[in-house]
Design a protein around this ligand. Structure first.
Ligand SMILES: *Cc1c(COP(=O)(O)O)cnc(C)c1O
Length: 233
């Protein structure tokens, strides 16, 4: 299967899951997770109509960005470190993994000097899984309140990566909990205006379930680009 064929299949499955849930397929954005794949793979997907890509490592993102068309947008989906905030601020269209005030403040400072604004999501460790990053559910509101003081970042919603489940159906409660949390906080005015509230949840194995539960962004790698080398998961 080529990347273009895989994309075609994923788009069909996104549309089917949206329709099953009474939603419009356009409400769901596909982020093609290109980590560990070369820039040629991004270009192949771009030529098949894919414009948004997800990367986990800032230096890898920066290196690839220099080698792909300028219309390619990157979402950062990895753990962001303070010393990489400057590059992240300059090179991403969205940072999905804000998990502390400190990192947000560093981003805001660099965005200020670049005269840029960007959209961000707060990463929530919805399953309270020690192996996953993100903040606990009960810490989200406090962080959102503090983020209001930062003028260069627009908080659009929440992102999560639930504990791995072999049966995707078992991820459903986590997705549902993230949506409920986001809706509650949205009613309290915690997110930037002009939203559709964004919910980034669902990967290759479970994006269809996430869409049924309200995902507006799905992050799909393996099902588009193939298996990553074992050492590089
Ligand atoms: C790698 C990764 C993905 C993509 O996972 P696949 O199972 O390959 O679709 C999605 N989200 C995050 C945060 C990732 O690190």
């Amino acid at each position: 299967m080529t990347i273009a064929e895989n994309l075609e299949i994923i788009r069909g499955r996104i549309a089917a899951a949206a329709e099953k849930a009474g939603r419009k397929p356009e409400e769901v954005r596909l982020v093609a997770v290109s980590k560990f794949f070369p820039p040629e793979a991004i270009i192949e997907a771009f030529n098949a109509g894919q414009t948004v890509f997800g990367e986990n490592y800032i230096q890898e993102l920066q290196a690839k960005k220099a080698l792909v068309p300028p219309e390619v947008n990157f979402h950062f989906i990895g753990h962001l470190q303070g010393n990489k905030a400057k590059i992240a601020a300059a090179s991403c269209s969205m940072i999905e993994t804000v998990d502390s005030f400190k990192i947000a403040k560093a981003l805001d400072k660099h965005l200020e000097s670049l005269q840029r604004e960007i959209d961000v999501l707060v990463q929530v460790n919805i399953g309270d899984d020690d192996a996953k990053s993100g903040i606990r559910e009960d810490e989200v509101e406090d962080l959102l309140v503090r983020l209001r003081d930062l003028s260069r970042i627009r908080v659009r919603g929440l992102m999560t990566m639930p504990p791995y489940e072999a049966d995707p159906e078992l991820s459903r409660p986590y997705f549902r909990n993230l949506r409920r949390l986001a809706e509650k906080l949205s009613h309290r005015g915690m997110f930037a205006d002009l939203t559709p509230l964004e919910l980034s949840m669902g990967m290759s194995s479970d994006f269809h379930i996430a869409i049924e539960e309200g995902a507006t962004i799905v992050r799909v790698g393996t099902a588009i680009f193939g298996e990553r080398a074992a050492a590089n998961k």
